[in-house]
Write a protein that binds this ligand. Structure first.
Ligand code: PEP
Length: 256
């Protein structure tokens, strides 16, 4: 029996016009969700954050930024700061998504700076890690995950202290947007590895408390099995979060 409350997080990526965003937000907010059983979060593009804040303000649905800079202000054209996210109603921020790492050259060092800035600003970071197909085929999955964790959480590892609100997301790169989900057993093995890493680097309590989400082609028809795994505490959902009905049937996995 898991004591950790599941979290279902929608990563909209660079999708949806304002009108489409409004429709989706209205669909999600009008659903009957048992918030005793699940936390629900949406991460719209920056342009829809204010709208999300306005529409979700009287609900229990949480809002996240998809990315941010680590400085609080300054000459960083095109960037957005932790304070700006906070001021727009975000409680969380996704950092180190594999698309940021691969397409925008974000290193684990940068991710570490973002994690530090998020924590300092009072935002909860959702820290993404995951191996590529080549790394998996070369049997390097655990080495890659360990290195990404050591480097992306470097400051906290040095302090041997990790706020228990921090969230990790294991997202095998080969499963993102490809329709290939890691089998629940394959995902569970990595989640257990991550939990053991937390215990080694922090303590038992941190290992038992931190939530580890799975991400990679999560759909209504695979969420239940994934959630039966002892170390999977929710999901980060891309494609299937863009339609209210598919996102909601994932978020309400507890009903099936
Ligand atoms: C993601 O972008 O975090 C993701 C898991 O995408 P998808 O669900 O589309 O694979």
């Amino acid at each position: 029996m898991k004591n950790r409350k599941p979290l279902m997080a929608a990563n909209w990526k660079m999708n949806l016009s304002l009108d489409e965003a409004r429709d989706l937000l209205n669909g999600v907010r009008s659903a009957k969700i048992d918030f005793n059983k699940v936390e629900v979060l949406v991460a719209p593009p920056f342009t829809a954050l204010q709208l999300a804040h306005a529409l979700l303000t009287e609900t229990d649905i949480l809002i996240a930024g998809q990315n941010m800079h680590w400085e609080s202000k300054g000459a960083f054209t095109g960037e957005i700061s932790p304070l700006m996210l906070k001021g727009t109603g975000c409680s969380h921020v996704i950092v180190g998504h594999s698309e940021r790492r691969a397409l925008f050259f974000e290193t684990s060092d940068i991710v570490n700076s973002k994690v530090d800035a998020a924590i300092e600003t009072g935002l909860i970071p959702i820290v993404c890690i995951g191996e590529t197909l080549k790394e998996r085929e070369d049997k390097k999955t655990f080495d890659i995950i360990r290195t990404q964790l050591n480097e992306s959480l470097k400051t906290n590892c040095k302090k041997r202290n990790l706020p228990q609100s921090v969230i990790l997301a294991y997202e095998p790169v080969w499963a993102i947007g490809t329709g290939k989900t890691a089998t629940p057993e394959v995902a569970q093995k990595v989640h257990l590895f991550i939990r053991r890493w937390l215990i080694e680097n922090f303590d038992n309590n941190t290992g038992e408390t931190i939530r580890i989400l799975y991400g990679g082609s999560v759909k209504p028809d695979n969420i239940k099995e994934l959630m039966l795994q002892p170390d999977i505490d929710g999901a980060l959902i891309g494609g299937a979060s863009l339609k209210a009905d598919s996102f909601l049937s994932i978020a309400k996995f507890y009903e099936s």
